[in-house]
Ligand binder design. Structure first.
Ligand code: IPD
Ligand code: CA
Ligand code: CA
Ligand code: CA
Length: 283
């Protein structure tokens, strides 16, 4: 794979190595963690494994790139407002690593085998490296800006479905479900007759990686944070797909309501999600 480097430093190699090490450690802790706590709401879980993985990732990145900034989920106060504020505060950094040490904590806690480590590097606000690692499948998804995306070393391409009716799509329940959400928030009922089927597997980063790999034709979710999306967004675009916010505007690090697809279905997907009233939280 091609590489990005400053002097002798290879960003992508560090991202890959870091995600692999953290992922392997997380895997070793599956079914063997001690502390389960809640954060912003009763449904927002964290374990010592989330925190330990983030610590490990921060240490590895800092060893290689002491000048770089790091935004990691477990280093930020819980809740959407604090997350957006932390991103804003760091958005001036020349190099910003955006880290979700364990995406799919609920799955990890229950032993449902679908979780990942997500690491992105942004240069002046633009993601240039994205790595998502699923340790249980030993699948490492990696993208470099302008240089394509790969899974286990093989080039990835988005799927070919041109109609929503032929498409397998995915979504997720927002982490913050404390407020009054519209009953049709997810639009699953309205959408179900328009698509082949819908999956809600519990790791936004892996859902995006699966869009990149052509295993899903589309994914949307409302109320995510930068660390859920940043790496996966580059995987999608470098695999030939499209990622926007749910109004169809270009993706940037501040986007929380996201739609990704193979590009071919993007317009139809957007239209049907809008019909289903599934594009925003209308509290
Ligand atoms: C969560 C997962 C989940 C999504 C939630 C996220 P976490 O991240 O990505 O799939 O539906 O919105 O918060 O907390 O497990 O890192
Ligand atoms: Ca979390
Ligand atoms: Ca996450
Ligand atoms: Ca997480």
């Amino acid at each position: 794979n091609p590489t990005f480097s400053v002097g002798s430093k290879n960003f992508t190699a560090v991202a890959i190595n870091t995600a692999s090490k953290a992922g392997e450690w997380i895997q070793s802790k599956l079914g063997d963690f001690n502390s389960l706590q809640t954060k912003y709401s009763a449904q927002d879980l964290v374990t010592e494994v989330d925190k330990g993985a983030e610590k490990m990732i921060r240490n590895l990145i800092q060893t290689h790139f002491p000048q770089h900034s790091i935004l990691g989920e477990e280093g930020v106060q819980p809740g959407p407002a604090a997350s957006q504020l932390a991103l804003q505060e760091m958005s001036g950094a020349e190099y910003l690593w955006i880290v979700d040490p364990l995406d799919g904590t609920t799955n990890f806690v229950h032993g449902f085998p679908f979780f990942s480590v997500s690491i992105a590097l942004a240069h002046k606000g633009e993601v240039i490296v994205g790595v998502v690692y699923n340790p249980l499948f030993n699948e490492l998804f990696v993208a470099e800006k302008g240089k394509g995306a790969y899974v286990k070393g093989k080039r990835m391409h988005v799927s070919q479905e041109a109609r929503l009716l032929d498409s397998l799509i995915a979504t997720g329940l927002p982490a913050d479900r404390t407020g009054a959400l519209p009953v049709n928030l997810l639009g699953l009922n309205a959408l179900s007759s328009k698509v082949r089927n819908i999956r809600v597997a519990g790791s936004a980063a892996l859902h995006l990686a699966y869009v990149a790999a052509g295993r899903l034709s589309g994914f949307w979710e409302i109320g995510l944070n930068s660390w859920d999306i940043a790496a996966g967004a580059l995987l999608v675009t470098e695999s030939g797909g499209t990622i926007t916010d749910t109004e169809g505007n270009p993706y940037h690090l501040g986007v929380r309501n996201v739609m990704a697809s193979n590009g071919l279905i993007h317009q139809e997907f957007h239209t049907e999600l809008a019909h289903a009233n599934a594009l925003k939280i209308t509290v």
